[in-house]
Write a protein that binds this ligand. Structure first.
Ligand SMILES: [Zn+2]
Length: 396
């Protein structure tokens, strides 16, 4: 059924600003999609895509494909957004998608509903031009993998959709994730890899007691300090050609002891390691466990550790994807983008196990903040970049 309102302009071309506006108006804070996937599915079906939903837990996901032949180029993204934060500090309704000062305002404007709208619009123009120029459809397939669980725990999103579509025989040849990769100006930066991430929670259990009688207690604090010192003193590496040095950051130390005369019974800490391709998650886990054992020697208590590796590092080497995307960026913006591996994790960490993946989207300056916005010219130029890329990708 056609959607209400008109996204389709002349020759079935989608207006990216109008679509971004409609998507922002869906209050899709993870795990809700609040109608955003319905909007996309209706438009994509109108354009000839076969769409299937992949619900997992309380999250819904969409995979859509146009064409049956290879290569299958996939655009991946998320319609979920982070919460608005301090609602009263927003200049506009965070779910209003209002347009003012040449910008569209709202949660998800840059991360990443504006990017998704730009890609859908780019595909509509590519298809319209493609048909009118050659009289035959392009050779290959275009697909969309849109999740509702990227900003949340990411357990019921891209990872599971990839497993499910692969089980059905789907093959993705190349993938572009539309995350907001540019720090300040459109065209500055393509992400070609990401660091891995390791989370640690340490809990040192001793024996509570009176500070005047330490021999009757077992203070966990010195042992925790010894362990944290050992973990932070080691230089993990110097980085390499593609990555900055790995880094361990202590994010919290808690004893929760308001009294002056009590030795607390337990002390805990949290840390995160962002690590590059000089390490594997397993190797770091082994190292941390060895430090826990050392710190616990001679301590009359024990140390509990909860360690997890939510993301492994990856690097997409220069290939047709990076070359053609860089050329498209250069054509539209005049910039030759930096190929970077900095920043946090994204769903590209899952996609890299299936296909070469890069990331390019809007500007990240206001994401996750109050007054998130995207310039209308950036959304339009991003649409031009995506379209120029599609032309190059499917050129015979
Ligand atoms: Zn995002």
């Amino acid at each position: 059924m056609p959607i209400e309102g008109s996204f389709v302009t002349s020759a079935a071309k989608i207006d990216p600003i109008e679509l971004a506006h409609q998507l922002i108006r869906c209050a899709s804070v993870t795990p809700a999609d609040a109608g955003a996937l319905r909007i996309l599915q209706d438009i994509l079906e109108e354009m000839g895509f076969s769409c299937a939903r992949y619900p997992f837990g309380e999250v819904d996901n969409l995979y859509a494909r146009l064409g049956t032949s290879a290569p299958n180029f996939c655009y991946a993204g998320h319609v979920d957004v982070v919460p608005v934060g301090e609602a009263t500090q927003w200049r506009h309704n965070p779910f209003g998608g209002e347009i003012e000062d040449g910008k569209i305002w709202g949660r998800g404007a840059a991360d990443m509903k504006g990017g998704i709208a730009a890609f859908v619009a780019a595909v509509s123009e590519f298809l319209a031009d493609d048909k009118s120029a050659e009289g035959k459809p392009f050779d290959g397939s275009i697909s969309f993998l849109i999740t509702g669980d990227e900003e949340g725990p990411a357990l019921n999103g891209t990872k599971k959709v990839l497993e499910a579509i692969t089980a059905k025989g789907e093959i993705i040849d190349h993938c572009l994730v539309g995350e907001p990769t540019n720090p300040n100006t459109l065209g500055e930066m393509i992400k070609i890899g990401r660091r891995g991430s390791l989370n640690g929670v340490l809990r040192v259990i001793g024996t509570q007691g009176h500070v005047a009688y330490p021999d009757l207690a077992g203070n966990p604090v010195p042992t925790l300090l010894k362990l944290l010192t050992a973990l932070t003193c080691k230089k993990l590496d110097d980085g390499n050609d593609s990555f900055q040095p790995s880094n361990l950051e202590i994010t919290s130390v808690d004893v929760d002891n308001p009294a002056h005369n009590i030795i607390a019974g337990a002390a805990s800490a949290k840390f995160n390691i962002r690590f590059n391709t000089e390490h594997t998650g397993d190797e770091l886990l082994t190292w941390i466990n060895s430090q826990i054992e050392l710190a616990g020697k001679g301590f009359d208590g024990h140390i509990e550790a909860d360690l997890s590796v939510p993301g492994h590092p990856f690097l997409t080497k220069p290939c047709v994807l990076t070359q053609k995307l860089s050329a498209a960026v250069n054509e539209v913006t005049g910039h030759m983008p930096t190929l970077s591996t900095g920043g946090g994790t994204s769903d590209a960490r899952f996609i890299t196990n299936y296909a070469p993946v890069v990331e390019f989207g809007l500007i990240g300056k206001t994401i996750h903040k109050v007054n998130e916005h995207a310039k209308l010219t950036d959304i339009k130029n991003l649409k031009e970049i995506y379209k120029a890329f599609l032309v190059r990708y499917f050129a015979v």
